[in-house]
Design a protein around this ligand. Structure first.
Ligand SMILES: [Fe+2]
Length: 229
């Protein structure tokens, strides 16, 4: 990620006038910091399925921590890169994966949700519906398998519906901690199985959370991601 950011900065540097270019290249590159995205709905909009307090803490505290951690990891890698210190850069890589994954996963997650009175709940439609029926038999069967995958996560993690961009087929996968879905798999719909996502409301009854969240799943967003993937 850091190398991509540096490439774009160097591209930008090449576009400045020659007189300014030397000065620009002699200074450290400037990158845009990751920021916490606004939610597309209010904290209380997913009641009664996800409580206001959970949404507020999950977004403003937990997600913010991943954003801050990602920026700190990128700063550390940039400093190591400038100093030619590969050992320091390698040391920061796990933090980049954890906090970068946390930021990416939660940014997708908020868009996966919508108030039940708006786009939340219901059933998928169009090309996504056809693909789900082809690969899982029915939406009901997909939800059943999804909930079983969530229940099978040991410790913290996520379950995802993803599209294999090579074969075009759908896949249900789990990831530990904040590991992002990567490679040929494009994440379409993720459900957060960390305790911070449900414990304040559902305590140890996490199966109730996995069952309730389908009332606020935004299938429209999932369908749009499917068609773009
Ligand atoms: Fe989370």
């Amino acid at each position: 990620m850091a190398s991509l950011l540096r490439s774009s900065t160097l591209r930008a540097a090449r576009q400045v006038r020659p007189a300014a270019a030397a000065a620009s290249l002699s200074t450290s590159f400037v990158r845009t910091k990751a920021t916490l995205p606004d939610l597309p709905y209010d904290y209380n909009a997913l009641e009664p399925y996800i409580s206001t307090k959970i949404m507020e803490l999950h977004h403003s505290k937990h997600h913010q921590t991943y954003v801050s951690g990602l920026n700190a990891a990128l700063d550390s890698i940039a400093e190591a890169n400038q100093a030619g210190d590969a050992r320091k850069a390698a040391k920061a890589a796990p933090l980049l994966n954890f906090h970068g994954g946390g930021h990416i996963n939660h940014s997708l997650f908020w868009e996966n949700l919508a108030p039940a009175s708006r786009d939340g709940g219901g059933d998928p439609s169009g090309a996504l519906k056809t693909a789900i029926e082809k690969d899982f038999g029915s939406t009901e069967a997909l939800v059943k398998q999804f909930n079983a995958a969530l229940a099978g996560i040991q410790g913290s993690g996520w379950a995802w519906l993803a599209k294999d961009s090579a074969s075009g087929t759908l896949a249900l996968v789990t990831r530990a901690n904040q590991d992002p879905v990567a490679g040929s798999l494009v994440p379409l719909l993720g459900i957060d199985a960390w305790e911070h996502a449900y414990y304040l409301q559902y305590e140890n009854r996490k199966a109730e959370y996995f069952s309730a969240i389908w009332n606020v799943i935004n299938w429209k967003t999932v369908g749009q991601r499917f068609e773009k993937a």
